[in-house]
Design a protein around this ligand. Structure first.
Ligand code: B1M
Length: 229
């Protein structure tokens, strides 16, 4: 590898670090307009892609989550950061990904949501955006989604996959409930069901009879590509 190529790689790495620092600052300050404007300017100047910005924002939220767990910050601060991130994803990054993916042939239809009783949306939204940017048609049903809502939407749009997110130990059983409800309605074999979210695991997915489990958004895309092959 020549020197100029190495220099370019170092410059790229430095850029990513400074972009992440800037984004982290805006998120912890709850500067929603600042974050949206900064993301817009990075996209406009082709300095970063929407998918890479989503990855950076995911890392920043993990940092904020760790601070909360270590009691460095408290619930109101956590909510402020989460709302700031959500606005940037909903209003800037998701539309940018959708605009760039318009011409893509669909890889499959995925109905995704956070299960009943659980309001955590950020991880599930990242998974939805990554799927979309990889050519899937995504129906994001939001949070506190019931088994009936998942199944009705899947039936309505002719989905291939139902994706169930859960961030609470107490809401994990609702993932199982969706699978049981599919069985009751004689629809289990019609859909691939994948599960994810921090308290879930490969063992859990196997235990409840899901078709797969993914640790993060990138793995979720790979998993769905694999099981639909
Ligand atoms: Co909540 N919360 N929260 N929270 N919150 C957690 C999850 C918790 C671990 C914090 C803690 O106490 N240590 C804890 C759960 C403990 C447990 O049950 N195991 C917790 C709790 C207890 C609660 C409340 C009960 C607090 C209260 O009110 N006393 C309450 C729940 C209310 C309810 O749901 N009914 C609550 C509320 C909230 C806020 C509203 C303040 C906010 C959510 C805002 C929002 O989402 N719009 C919030 C947040 C932000 C968190 C933490 C700090 C961060 C979650 C997050 O966004 N992470 C979280 C602690 C933590 O994770 N460190 C915590 C970033 C995101 C990118 O990662 O969501 O893990 P994650 O998603 C990843 C993977 O998990 C995976 O890919 C994603 C991207 O890489 N993934 C999938 C997720 N879904 C997937 C689906 C897939 C595949 C992969 O396929 C379908």
């Amino acid at each position: 590898m020549n020197i100029s190529c190495n220099k370019k790689k170092v410059k790229q790495a430095v850029n990513i670090v400074s972009i992440k620092e800037k984004i982290q600052g805006l998120v912890v300050e709850w500067d929603t307009d600042g974050l949206k404007d900064y993301c817009r300017s990075l996209l406009k100047n082709n300095e970063e892609s929407a998918s890479d910005l989503l990855k950076i924002i995911g890392d920043v939220m993990k940092f904020v989550g760790d601070q909360f767990e270590e009691e460095e910050i408290f619930l109101p601060e956590l909510i402020g950061s989460a709302e700031t991130v959500k606005a940037a994803i909903d209003e800037v990054l998701d539309p940018a990904i959708r605009a760039s993916g318009e011409e893509k042939e669909t890889m499959g239809k995925v109905v995704i949501g956070t299960v009943e009783s659980d309001v955590h949306s950020i991880g599930k939204d990242l998974v939805g955006s990554f799927l979309f940017s990889n050519g899937f048609e995504v129906y994001n049903l939001g949070v506190e989604v019931t088994a009936d809502q998942f199944i009705s939407k899947a039936e309505e749009v002719g989905a291939n996959v139902i994706g169930l997110s859960s961030l609470l130990t107490m809401s994990m059983d609702f993932q199982k409930e969706v699978i049981e409800e599919l069985k009751k309605r004689g629809l289990r074999d019609k859909y691939k069901v994948i599960v994810g979210g921090a308290p879930t695991s490969e063992d859990w997915a196997e235990k409840i009879g899901a078709d797969g489990w993914a640790d993060d958004a990138i793995e979720a895309v790979e998993l769905i590509k694999r099981i639909l092959k």
